[in-house]
Design a binder for this molecule. Sequence first.
Ligand code: SF4
Length: 320
Amino acid sequence: MLQQTQVATVTPYYDRFLKQFKDLKTLAEASSQKVLKAWEGLGYYARARNLHRAAGIVLKEHGDAIPSHWDEFRRLPGVGDYIAAAVLSLAFGKPYPVVDGNVKRVLARLLAIKEPVNKASSAKKFRELADPLLDEKIPGTFNQAMMELGAVVCKPRQPLCNGCPVRKFCSAYQADTVLNYPVKLKKPASPQYRIAVGVVFKKDRVLITRRKPSGLLGGLWEFPGGKIEKGEGPEAACIREIKEETNLVIQVDWQLSRVRHAYTHFKIVMDVFCCSFVSGRVRLKGPVDHRWIHIDQVDDFPFPKANHKFFDELRKYALK
Ligand code: SF4
């Protein structure tokens, strides 16, 4: 949960998750929809899907004992070098250095490293730098100390060098060049896409569709729609997308909302329309499942955060 996400955001999710899935077996045997629902709003849903799959593999291949050998643990879905090093050093005392964003910043300053920290190949370079520093007797404690040093002392913009326990060995501090590190490559500006989405009413029910299990927001439910093409109006895009995805002919009645949402690599502006079913039978192309639900059932399904941004308006309209 903590990958790309702050502790304050994660804590309530973590507590609820452990209450709901009290052990590995419970998690492994839960439905994917239940796991995604518990993750709803936390983003990066591949983490939830991978964790769920990993629990299934561990249960099947190792009983309910988490494998403590690098190769076996590293093979699990969603486990990269960072997660493997973190879990194996913290939980099993294995001598692997953990290199996250905070640790990279500490190392870059401590050793005056000019390698950009956001370059794809930098993880390997920083792991090699961290390796000789690792205290092999207490690798878990060492790794936590390094991460904590980065999080609370060696902060990105205002490092607290005067109270820093390693300032005597810190190259950047000694050379008075602390804020020159870490070096970062400039990121290209993230593109913005226009999206049109339809809440299609058929009597007192609305249509929701489920995204394919892999990829962005994989396995989540949503209201159908898609990207507005060049030169196309949002209403026309809504009608076209719904026809292409579900085979239904609909009419756009009025605009419910305009939602802005930022993902890691792009932003969306989403026009949401209330629509009426006109004709046709659902035949899906893209989505893998669909339901006609009553509005007060939306909480039973995991939806992306961007959809949640118009739920209050939708409830107000549909349940009035
Ligand atoms: Fe970071 Fe300053 Fe400590 Fe160096 S002395 S590690 S720059 S907080």
